[in-house]
Design a protein around this ligand. Structure first.
Ligand code: MN
Length: 300
């Protein structure tokens, strides 16, 4: 049967049984949500499709992708749990039920509740896949937040920053954390968002040029010294975290040292310190700015 959406990217690298299971979930979810619309006017199915796609991009296993397709079926359609279990088994039902339960937790901004809510999320997600599905669900919802009623936007944006992004950080999904924050940022603090955009724009050209030069030089030197590099890459800082930092430094952008960052990945700790030594030979370190997160790891 032809699909309304291209699912090839969701099936990459999976065996035939897994592919079949995902196709089955696709068809099941599309039928279950038939006729339902999102605030944007598009079919509701698009949301669960995008959630499943995000999970595939994370590299999650087939069952998690399947649960992504089915995550709103018990909550938002008349489908009985027994039918879901008959078609997809107990494990999928457990995942879907877990996501549904997490969806019932709402954060409204009371500061004293925030940490206990985060703890609750972690405890509820006794299977970490449940939390990851919830985070993928939220990522798609926050990407489409412009279609939600304005009075609801702020609450959802705040919850995303205070709960979902923080949990993504806690389980080591740093890129997802940045994406969640940056998507929520303009809804929660529109003026500040605009200012941050301006700061980034003013710095972006010179920063990129500098970064390219430095990357080349480091790459060349490491090669000469015979260091095996797994990966060398650079990035601009995410908008929300840049804003938080500028704020912490009394709005003085010159005190923010990591608008851009460069990362060198090597295969062991010994090489890591060796690379650090070589880089310090090329560029003089700023006193008091060196942090060793190997010797003293961060919580995340
Ligand atoms: Mn959902």
């Amino acid at each position: 049967m032809p699909h309304s959406k291209d699912i090839t990217s969701l099936l990459q690298g999976l065996n035939d049984d897994d592919k079949k299971l995902i196709e089955k979930a696709y068809v099941f979810a599309e039928k279950a949500h038939e006729g339902q619309k999102r605030n944007s006017g598009e079919p509701y199915f698009n949301h669960v499709f995008e959630t499943a796609k995000i999970l595939a991009e994370f590299g999650m296993d087939a069952k998690t992708i399947v649960a992504g397709f089915l995550h709103d079926v018990l909550e938002d359609t008349p489908t009985p749990e027994t039918e879901l279990e008959k078609e997809f088994g107990k494990e999928i039902v457990t995942l879907v039920n877990g996501v549904t339960k997490l969806g019932k937790m709402k954060y409204t901004g009371a500061e004293r509740h925030v940490e206990s809510l985060r703890k609750f999320f972690m405890a509820m997600a006794n299977d970490l896949r449940i939390l990851i599905i919830k985070l993928a669900d939220r990522l798609h919802n926050i990407r489409t937040l412009q279609y939600v009623k304005p009075e609801k936007q702020k609450r959802i944006a705040l919850e995303t920053i205070e709960i979902h992004a923080r949990l993504a950080d806690r389980i080591g999904m740093r890129k997802l954390k940045g994406e969640l924050e940056d998507a929520a940022f303009p809804f929660l603090y529109p003026k500040e968002y605009e200012e941050t955009e301006k700061i980034l724009e003013a710095n972006s050209k010179s920063n990129q040029k500098e970064l390219d030069l430095v990357t080349n030089e480091i790459q060349k030197t490491l090669k000469e010294q015979g260091v095996n590099i797994i990966e060398i890459s650079s990035r601009a800082k995410h908008k929300y975290s840049l804003w938080m930092k500028v704020k912490r430094y009394d709005m003085n952008i010159d005190r923010v040292y990591d608008i851009v960052a460069l990362r060198v990945i090597v295969d062991d700790i010994e090489n890591c310190y060796r690379v650090l030594g070589i880089i310090h030979g090329l560029f003089q370190p700023v006193p008091g700015r060196i942090k060793d997160y190997i010797a003293t790891p961060k919580r995340n």
